[in-house]
Each structure stands twice: as structure tokens, then as C-alpha cells.
Design a protein around this ligand. Structure first.
Ligand SMILES: [Fe+2]
Length: 233
């Protein structure tokens, strides 16, 4: 597959004044496009890797040959991170859907406690990187920060909400005031989209639970049949 720059779901100016037009244009058109091009260049000649999605590539980086692993990690991560980021933003933020509000309350105690933890992760990420709200294996919300363009899928976590804290994401408008950029971010979070991602994970987990239940019912049925048919000692 050839990886493609996804369309932005809004105009460059839509997130003003929180994220300015020039930053959006450069960020999307130059930075994200660059990651996509570099990823495709790195994969040329590796047909088996071209079959994989960017999530599959990053989930199992050990399967990527060493000579291109760092390039795929950085540019595949750059592509996936920004693809997630654009969908996490909207000019019409609105309230949290109930399902997401419950998930955040259960995981962090309150929305304010979650925001404080997330903002701290974003503010204290030294140098370039990202802050994330993810779902872990227990279906709980966790906040992490990743360096450079690393994506949480490489740690086995599913990202729901990401914030780019590379200087290219805010420097034109905020210069060194990363804290102001993080505070402004909350005005343009697309909670509906975050909730849709959460619902996909919840549905997949429910399907897996059901499959496990069917398997264990089947196992006990077969085991029961085995002894009935004859097992005997
Ligand atoms: Fe970025």
C-alpha cells in the first residue's frame, strides 16, 4: 500500500485563535506530508511491508528490518500521530458524550483530574514529543507522553487523544509558551471523535470477551463430551 496524506477535516483557519492558520498550513502540508513521503520512500523495495498498515508496522517494529527500522518508527509514527491529531481537533468542541465522561471519571476520578494529568505530561515532555490519553489492556484510561514520533501502539496501548508538543506545532504563535498552547488545546478537542475511538475499542473488547466465553463454553462442552464418550479412567 502507498501511504497517503489524509484530508484535513476542516480549513487551516478553522481552529483560530487557538491554533493559527499559518501553523496549521505548515504543519499539515509540510511536516505531515514529509513523514508520509519519507515512509513511502523507506518502504520501497520491501513488498511484504507495503502490505501492512502503519499501525501494523508500528505495533511490531521488530518485524521491520533493522536498516529501515528507525526511519519507519520516526516517519510511520509521524504519519500515524498526525493522522490521529487532526481528527482530535474541531472548531466545535462541545461537551463530552456520556460514555467518554464515564470512562474518564472511572479512570481518573474527574475530568479536571484527567486534564491536569494530561497537561502535566504535555508540559514536562522534555524536547519533542506527544501527550496521549490511551486505553490499556484492562480497558482503563492512562495518560502517557512519548518522545519524538513514537506512538502508543508500540507499547501495546490504544491512543484516543493526542497532543503534539513539538515546537513546530505551536512556535509560530506561542513561541516558547508551551503551557499557553496546551491550555488553548482544550477549546478545540473533538470529544465526539475521541468517544468514537473509545467505542471502537470497547466494541472490539466486548467481541473478544464474547469469543472467549463461547470458547470456554465450547471447551467445557467438548470436555464433558469427552468424559461422556469415554473416557473413563
Ligand atoms: Fe507535528
Amino acid at each position: 500500500m502507498t501511504h497517503k496524506l489524509p484530508a484535513l477535516p476542516y480549513s487551516y483557519s478553522a481552529l483560530e485563535p487557538y491554533i493559527d492558520t499559518r501553523t496549521m498550513a505548515v504543519h499539515y502540508n509540510m511536516h505531515h506530508r514529509g513523514y508520509v513521503n519519507n515512509l513511502n520512500n523507506a518502504l520501497s523495495g520491501y513488498e511484504e511491508l507495503q502490505e501492512k498498515s502503519v499501525v501494523e508496522l508500528l505495533y511490531d517494529l521488530d518485524a521491520v528490518p533493522e536498516e529501515i527500522r528507525a526511519t519507519v518508527r520516526n516517519n510511520g509514527g509521524g504519519h500515524l500521530n498526525h493522522s490521529i491529531f487532526w481528527t482530535c481537533l474541531t472548531p466545535n468542541s462541545g461537551p463530552l458524550p456520556d460514555n467518554l465522561a464515564t470512562f474518564i471519571d472511572d479512570s481518573f476520578g474527574s475530568l479536571d483530574a484527567f486534564k491536569a494529568e494530561f497537561a502535566k505530561a504535555a508540559a514536562t515532555r522534555f524536547g519533542s514529543g506527544w501527550a496521549w490519553l490511551c486505553v490499556d489492556e484492562e480497558m482503563k484510561g492512562v495518560v502517557i507522553a512519548t518522545p519524538y514520533q513514537d506512538n502508543p501502539v508500540s507499547q501495546g496501548l490504544v491512543p484516543l487523544l493526542g497532543l503534539d508538543v513539538w515546537e513546530h506545532a505551536y512556535y509560530l504563535n506561542y513561541q516558547n509558551r508551551r503551557g499557553d498552547y496546551i491550555a488553548a488545546f482544550w477549546n478545540v478537542v473533538n470529544w465526539k471523535s475521541v468517544n468514537a475511538s473509545l467505542q471502537s475499542v470497547q466494541a472490539a473488547a466486548d467481541a473478544q470477551k464474547l469469543a472467549e466465553k463461547v470458547q470456554s463454553t465450547w471447551d467445557s462442552l467438548v470436555t464433558g463430551l469427552g468424559s461422556l464418550l469415554g473416557g473413563g479412567e
